[in-house]
Design a protein around this ligand. Structure first.
Ligand code: URA
Length: 218
């Protein structure tokens, strides 16, 4: 199901009751995700990386998983993909400080190539193991609507496989009533050939602009 109308505030309770597993703040969420070994990747990461931004932010952006720099510094979207995202958000008129920016998976998954840690996409199992942490974040932040950056975020948020190129730019409904705007992951834009990149970023900004109305609701 999809709708292109402006999302309205959700009044539906969260999918996972927070109190049941003792998460009542970002600090308790951070501590719990630091200890999480429900899948193998937590053991190899430097730390967990939970979302950042104001509780009560109207709009929440969700990426895939922390990258190398995010893993080292403990903050989401601060590396090359984050820089591209910051640029696109500014172009789209979405001030990052008003948004809550998070990831579907809280630990960095990588493989070693020589001395380099190379990003590996999290699989279904890791995403499923992390889903309740993401839902805890949504329950803490209580956003009106969300933006899914890429296929992993979209499928975690919507509970189904999402064909990002087909469904990008659309508002899709979650089972809690919140709307999710689907678009590409900024890392995908970094992989676009240089002479096509500007146009691809332009389309990404166009998608993000559709979320601006959420910030303008009273
Ligand atoms: N890619 C993501 O999906 N999230 C980050 O925080 C960084 C890179």
């Amino acid at each position: 199901m999809h709708t292109n109308t402006t999302p309205r505030p959700s009044t539906t309770p969260s999918l996972f009751p927070l109190a049941e597993h003792g998460i009542d703040s970002l600090e308790t969420l951070r501590d719990a995700t630091m200890r999480c070994r429900a899948c193998p990747i937590g053991e190899f990461a430097t730390q967990s990386v939970i979302g950042e931004g104001p509780l009560g932010a109207k709009l929440m952006l969700v990426g895939e998983q922390p990258g190398d720099q995010e893993d080292r510094q403990g903050q989401p979207f601060i590396g090359p993909a984050g820089q591209l995202l910051d640029h696109a958000l500014a172009e789209a008129g979405l001030p990052r400080e008003q948004l809550f920016v998070a990831n579907a998976v809280k630990h960095f998954k990588f493989e070693m190539r020589g001395k380099r840690r190379i990003h590996k996409s999290p699989g279904q199992r890791e995403a499923a193991a992390c889903l309740h942490w993401l839902e805890d974040e949504i329950a803490l932040v209580q956003p009106e609507a969300l933006v899914a950056l890429g296929a992993r975020a979209a499928s975690s948020l919507l509970g189904r496989a999402v064909a990002v190129m087909k469904e990008r730019g659309q508002w899709l409904a979650r089972s809690d009533g919140r709307q999710v705007l689907v678009t590409l992951h900024p890392s995908a834009l970094l992989r676009v050939l240089p002479d096509e990149r500007e146009a691809a970023i332009g389309l990404f900004v166009q998608d993000l602009r559709k979320a601006r109305r959420v910030l303008q609701h009273q």
